[in-house]
Each structure stands twice: as C-alpha cells, then as structure tokens.
Design a protein around this ligand. Structure first.
Ligand code: HEM
Length: 146
C-alpha cells in the first residue's frame, strides 16, 4: 500500500519534471524576439518553470529511493536497471541545476543568442536522460535486469 502510493507520487513527480521542461526552449526563443517587459515576463516564467522542475526532480528522486527502500524490505529483487537509474537521476539533476538553470540566466546577459543555443542543448539532454530513465523503469516487463 505504502509502496504503491510512493510509486504513484514518484511517477507523477517525474512526469511533472518532463512536462515543465517541454516549452522551455520555445519560451527562450520567444523571449529573444521581444524586448522590455514582455521579454522579462517570459524569462521570469521560464525561471519559475525551471524552479518547479528542480522541485519535481528532487521529489521524484526522494520518492524513488523511498520506493527502493520499501521494496527491498518487501524482498523485491531490484536488478541493474534500478542501480543505473539511481546514478542517472543524479546526472539528470546535475545537468538541470548546473546546466539548464545556469544558462537560463545567460538569456538576460550580454550574449543571449549563445545562451539560447545552450538552453536548447541542456533541455534536450535532460529530456534524453529522462527518456532513458523512463525505459529503465519498464525494463523488467521485458525480462531485462530481473
Ligand atoms: C525520472 C524518470 C523516471 C520515471 C519517468 C519513472 C517512472 C516510474 C514508473 C512509471 C514506475 C511504475 C512502473 C511499474 O512498476 O510498473 C516507476 C517505478 C519505480 N521507480 Fe521510477 N521513474 C523514474 C526514475 C527513477 C529513478 C531514478 C529511480 C531510482 C532507482 C526509480 C526507482 C523506481 C522504483 C524502485 C520503482 C518501483 C518498482 C517496483 O518495485 O516494482 N525511478 N517509476
């Protein structure tokens, strides 16, 4: 029961992370075609989404590890996909915090065009890592890592 609840919270948080990141690159591009208050509002909106992603990502990781602990206590045999996922989520959070969140600030700096390219690259990379994690979650249904 507790484990099911944790898995639901865990999956919802992970989906929240993914969803909040979807419009970021477009938002950055739109911000650079505007000036003044309109640009500032879009950049602020993006920064809020990035903060939301950090919260959702950290919550997804906490609930993931809580699920692992409860699962292990119940005798669930977690194979290499979960070990890989434990490492990959830390890489994902690092890419998000030290990549996306940092370069987003560059959009308000002296070289916004350069920052725009970096935002797209980091958002793309974090979505790719997320997708790899997503596939790892379902590896067991294909007899992988069990
Ligand atoms: C960020 C991307 C992730 C997504 C989208 C995701 C999604 C999911 C989903 C949908 C489930 C339910 C799957 C099922 O059992 O049928 C699940 C279960 C689970 N996830 Fe994740 N997850 C992610 C990251 C992680 C990470 C990094 C870990 C850390 C090890 C993790 C650990 C677990 C565990 C332990 C379960 C329960 C599996 C079981 O006992 O049957 N997840 N996840």
């Amino acid at each position: 029961m507790l484990k099911n609840l944790l898995v639901i919270l865990h999956a919802l948080a992970a989906i929240g992370f993914f969803g909040l990141g979807l419009p970021l690159a477009r938002m950055a591009k739109a911000a650079l075609t505007r000036s003044g208050d309109a640009r500032a509002a879009l950049l602020e909106q993006g920064a809020l989404s990035i903060r939301g992603m950090t919260g959702a990502g950290v919550f997804a990781a906490i609930t993931a590890f809580a699920t692992l602990v409860v699962g292990i206590q119940q005798g669930v045999p977690y194979g290499w996909p979960y070990h890989a996922a434990s490492l990959l989520i830390l890489v994902l959070l690092a890419v998000h915090v030290f990549g996306t969140a940092r370069v987003w600030k560059g959009l308000s700096g002296d070289a916004p065009e350069t920052a725009l390219g970096k935002v797209s690259a980091f958002v793309g990379l974090s979505h790719l890592l997320w997708l790899a994690l997503f596939l790892l979650m379902f590896a067991k249904y294909f007899g992988i890592g069990v």
